[in-house]
Write a protein of this length. Structure first.
Length: 629
């Protein structure tokens, strides 16, 4: 199966890249890339309810502006800097349990590993190669390929690949008058599907609302469903929306949102809240003490056996109570292989943000289900694929996209958006959705200022832009183009960043700081490049106009804004060069995300000479400015 080969290629590339970075890259470089925290302070350690030993790690608060890739469930490894400034890696792999600002809880293998960590000097922690997820994906693909012809897994495989027509129930479906017509149609399709249904949700069309309704209706005929997504953030979002509906949710795995409410949904917190847990905790502590004794008598061994047996009974009872009380089990796709779900099967699996999930990851969860509902938008963010050869080989083609092509009768698209001004929507609607999305009247003319233009393009090389030095002066156009970050990390454009801040300041002044605060108007500054995001955050802190309003201003990458929206969106495009090279700005799905985050105002800041050599940006520039190059 070609998918297996491509996954192996991606795995080998990531493993080799980590090895190369560990040997070549300095600690400072890896820290700027968000792959490392250094230095860190080692704090308290404790056993969690799953009997894992966790250690608290804190980074220097001065690094707080640096985006990083540490997330719950990620594999990490510790290192120390010796007196000769050499890096020595500690001989164990750990797992991120929780991330909260400048603090992480990391699960380590045992007390011995914790001891080695405490004895280490000048300690840091970096992301490690995660063999587990690749092993799960490869195992899932093997199961799919070997599935007997009469098995449910084989039937789903054949349906998804177009070798078997999807089947349907004949009943009409529920009446949900509070939803619009396309949302109602989507819920009805979900309820009628025997095998698969796809809910295609363009930006602002209420995909989450529709999905929550579909899950609620499914629970009228099923006791429990499995809800998955590729990322912890997406799982947390849908879990909270379901909990808001009063549905009992059990969040398996580590949430990305560190709030009491979200933590209260987790398996760990519900496990700890069980009436029998204090007894279990005391018994586990007693067992650790007995096992830690140097000299054990026969009576001690017998006591250890009895205590172990009793602990197992309690663990099973608590687990069953926690699990059976939940109507929705929510986890990542890889998390569906968690040992707490061992042996369980579900009538329906819902996969949210399915267009961001590798096909192999979907099969991990599909093996537990009788039917599958996909929700997402294949015209927005794609899966992350790091190997160009694997990407060209089709690894980036998701299972949802495949089903859209092979089973068009199983696809329903939401067609009314409730987010943005009609002018902001129109270009994306035409380019990506063939003008099939309509704006609800409540948002069609949405604006903050009277007679405001909802979309603008500000080009640093435009004659009307007087913020940059003239040709021949210090910082000429050639000198103020894109630059490579320190140590070769990322791309940024200092002049464009300055212009972005000036444009933001001017628009804030037009609104008025008092009105912005009083009405809760929020602003998003987006750049596709992490180095530019870091630079923009620094400039926001230096701005006398913007610094007092920092709570209303979010600066992040395109990926960081997925699923979010703001009243005002300002995009810094960065690329500016003589060759018209726009790099990964060619990934138009990312730009679709960026330009559809705005409710009332969209401002794009970019070098039109460079960008408009690509037909997408040429058409976008012409649409916004009303001119033709």
């Amino acid at each position: 199966m070609r998918q297996r080969h491509l996954i192996e290629m991606e795995r080998d590339h990531e493993r080799d890249e980590l090895r190369r970075l560990s040997q070549v890259d300095g600690v400072d470089r890896k820290t700027r890339r968000g792959e490392c925290w250094w230095p860190v302070a080692i704090g308290a350690q404790r056993y969690n309810s799953l009997n894992q030993l966790t250690v608290e790690v804190r980074r220097d608060a001065s690094l707080g502006d640096v985006d990083h890739g540490f997330e719950p469930g990620k594999a990490v490894m510790f290192f120390e800097i010796t007196g000769l400034d050499d890096i020595r890696y500690l001989d164990f792999t750990a797992t991120v349990s929780l991330v909260d600002g400048d603090r992480m809880l990391i699960a380590v293998p045992d007390e011995a590993a914790a001891g080695r960590l405490r004895r280490a000097d000048r300690v840091g922690v970096q992301l490690s190669f995660d063999e587990t997820t690749y092993r799960l994906m490869l195992g899932a693909l093997d199961r799919v390929m070997r599935a007997p012809a009469d098995s449910r897994l084989a039937q789903l495989r054949n349906t998804f690949y177009g070798r078997r027509e999807p089947e349907w129930f004949t009943f009409g479906g529920p009446s949900l008058p509070w939803l619009n017509a396309t949302q109602q149609q989507a819920v009805k399709m979900v309820m009628r599907a025997k095998d698969v249904a796809v809910v295609h949700g363009p930006p602002g069309t209420g995909k989450t609302t529709t999905l929550v309704e579909a899950i609620g209706e499914t629970l009228r005929r099923e006791n429990q469903v499995l809800v998955c997504a590729q990322s912890n953030m997406a799982v947390d979002w849908i879990a909270e929306q379901l909990a808001d509906r009063g549905i009992a949710v059990l969040r398996v795995g580590n949430p990305s949102r560190v709030t009491d409410r979200m933590l209260g949904l987790t398996y760990e917190r519900q496990y700890e809240a069980h009436p029998d847990y204090p007894q279990l905790w005391a018994m586990r502590q007693a067992l650790r003490q007995l096992r830690g004794a140097r000299h054990k008598t026969e009576a001690a061994h017998q006591k250890i056996d009895r205590l172990s047996s009793r602990i197992t009974e309690l663990e099973v009872r608590i687990h069953d109570n926690v699990f059976n009380n939940a109507r929705v089990i929510a986890c990542t796709l890889a998390g569906s292989a968690n040992r707490v779900l061992e042996g369980t099967r579900f009538g329906t699996l819902f996969i949210d943000e399915a267009a961001q999930a590798l096909e192999a990851a979907c099969w991990i969860a599909i093996a537990r289900a009788h039917r599958v509902i996909f929700a997402g938008d294949h015209c927005q963010l794609p899966p992350t694929v790091k190997t160009l050869t694997a990407l060209k080989g089709g690894l980036g083609v998701t299972l949802m996209e495949r089903i859209v092509q092979t089973c068009p009768t199983a696809v329903t698209m939401l067609g009314v958006q409730y987010r943005m001004n009609e002018r902001i929507l129109a270009f994306s609607n035409h380019w990506f959705y063939h003008d099939r999305v309509q704006s609800d009247p409540s948002v069609r003319d949405r604006s903050i200022l009277d007679l405001d233009n909802p979309v603008e393009w500000v080009s640093p090389n435009s004659p009307s832009t007087n913020h940059l030095p003239k040709e021949g002066e210090q910082g000429s156009e050639r000198e103020t183009g894109e630059q490579t970050g320190r140590g070769g990390v990322g791309r940024y454009n200092e002049a464009e960043a300055q212009l972005t801040i000036e444009v933001t300041e001017r628009y804030v002044e037009r609104i008025g700081a008092a009105r912005l605060r009083d009405e809760g108007i929020d602003i998003g500054i987006i750049s596709p490049y992490r180095a530019q995001v870091h630079h923009l955050r620094h400039l926001v802190k230096l701005s006398k106009t913007l610094k007092p309003l920092r709570r209303a201003i979010t600066v992040a990458t395109v990926d960081g804004f997925q699923g979010q929206e703001r009243d005002v969106i300002i995009i810094s495009m960065v690329r500016s060069n003589e060759h018209g090279d726009i790099g990964f700005l060619r990934d138009l799905r990312r730009m679709n995300v960026a330009i559809t985050r705005a409710r009332s105002k969209l401002i794009i800041i970019g070098d039109s000479d460079t960008l408009t050599r690509h037909p997408f940006y040429r058409d976008l520039h012409e649409y916004i400015t009303g001119t033709s190059n």
